[in-house]
Design a protein around this ligand. Structure first.
Ligand SMILES: C[S@@+](CC[C@H](N)C(=O)[O-])C[C@H]1O[C@@H](n2cnc3c(N)ncnc32)[C@H](O)[C@@H]1O
Length: 293
């Protein structure tokens, strides 16, 4: 949904734009093509993304190797207080998934790492080996929507008492024993997603980031967010519709809604069948676009 994201940003050639998930730079490069006097500030917490960004030789471009939960602070450090568009394409990049040594993939064996920012201390192995059973149960259910989360958390604790988890393959071998028949791959993906979200504090980072969008965007500026699972999409939808992550929109004395955004598209944009055929990950993508009011 690259073109829908770009259209959503409604790019002015002299505007200031932020891509908070640089990844391989696909979206950033397309934004840069549309700028003349404008500026693009890109973020990614991953070192590989930073190395990729170094190949962009444009005076309009600035890269910050940082978590987007600190967006406002880094913009300030770069002399920017207001911007015209913010793009977030959440989750993991294909580069991260395809690098066995990063531990994100259910398909390759690698260390149970899953950190986007290698400076962080928490890894998937630490979660599996050190979290109490109830906490494992909670994150598997909440972040992975794993149906038999309690059974799985118990199996994990039993397994680690025999041998600590180190490699993806050890986890996949255990998952084979509790996965619903015929739905193994979906099950593996749900468990890996839950661990990844916990390791990278993805929900907390998204909340912190969304709150700053209302503050940094100029009136008429656009917020464009592509999410890949229902928890993320629920937060984005709620923030756009109410200005808050949870609860109803607040109103002033006259009944005017107190919220910073108006949705541009009432329903999220989803990938076409063609796109899903080309890129299976697009299957679960939901794109929401909102305007600062
Ligand atoms: C789906 S990819 C983005 C792909 C990108 N749009 C492109 O065109 O190549 C998501 C990227 O966001 C980064 N990321 C995810 N959460 C982040 C966070 N809280 N702060 C900074 N970067 C983050 C990941 O490291 C990953 O590189």
């Amino acid at each position: 949904m690259l073109s829908e994201c770009l259209e959503g940003l409604n790019i002015k050639p002299d505007g200031i734009y932020v891509d908070v998930t640089f990844g391989g730079g696909g979206h950033s490069l397309k934004i840069l093509e549309q700028l003349r006097e404008g500026r693009l500030i890109a973020f990614d917490q991953d070192e590989d993304a930073k190395n990729q960004a170094e190949s962009i030789q444009s005076r309009s471009f600035t890269f910050c190797q940082a978590n987007f939960r600190h967006m406002k602070q880094y913009l300030k450090l770069n002399g920017v207080s207001k911007v015209d568009g913010v793009l977030a394409d959440l989750g993991v990049s294909s580069h991260q998934i395809d690098s066995a040594e990063r531990g994100f993939s259910t398909r390759f064996d690698g260390p149970l790492d899953m950190r986007m920012d290698k400076k962080c201390k928490l890894t998937a192995a630490k979660v599996l080996n050190e979290y109490p059973e109830e906490k494992l149960h909670k994150i598997l259910g909440m972040y992975g929507e794993v149906k038999n989360a309690k059974t799985l958390a118990h199996a994990m604790v039993q397994q680690r008492s025999v041998k600590k988890f180190e490699r993806n393959k050890e986890l996949v071998d255990l998952l084979q024993t509790v996965a619903p028949r015929g739905k193994e791959f979906k099950y593996f993906a749900q468990v890996f997603q839950a661990l990844r979200i916990e390791v990278n504090e993805e929900m907390q980072a998204l909340e912190d980031f969304l709150h700053q969008c209302g503050e940094v965007l100029n009136i008429g500026g656009r917020l464009v967010v592509m999410s890949y699972h229902s928890l993320e999409d629920r937060l984005v939808k709620s923030y756009i519709n109410t200005g808050k992550m949870y609860g109803e929109v607040e109103k002033d004395f006259y009944g005017n809604k107190l919220k910073p955004f108006e949705a541009v598209n009432r329903k999220p944009v989803e990938a076409t069948e063609e796109e899903v055929k080309e890129n299976n990950r697009a299957r679960s993508a939901k794109l929401r676009i909102a305007e600062r009011i």
